[in-house]
Design a protein around this ligand. Structure first.
Ligand code: ZN
Length: 98
């Protein structure tokens, strides 16, 4: 999850409209304080997060967050991937039997 609720960014040309639509007083190349969750998708801004599984704290780029703004550290996401693989394996076995 995101630990910083607000972040200061420098607005570039493509983002002015996006932030104005969100109700911010965005001006080209000016500092703008926004809610962290309002960063544009794929943003390289670094933010403080904690792993939604084990609570470890990290600084990552916003674009590394999942769609629902959750974050899993590399150890936990590796574990989750393993689980998924096992699950799919079972599913496939059942499918063959049927
Ligand atoms: Zn973790």
């Amino acid at each position: 999850m995101i630990l910083e609720t607000e972040i200061e960014i420098i607005v570039n040309n493509q983002q002015i409209k996006y932030y104005k639509n969100l109700g911010y007083d965005a001006k080209y190349r000016k500092l703008l304080k926004i809610k962290t969750e309002h960063l544009v998708k794929g943003s390289h801004y670094k933010i403080f997060v904690s792993c939604d599984c084990c609570d470890v704290k990290k600084v990552i780029e916003f674009r590394q967050l999942k769609k629902d703004l959750s974050y899993y550290c590399s150890a936990c996401s590796a574990k989750n991937k393993k689980k998924e693989r096992i699950y799919h394996g079972r599913k496939n076995t059942n499918f063959k039997k049927n």
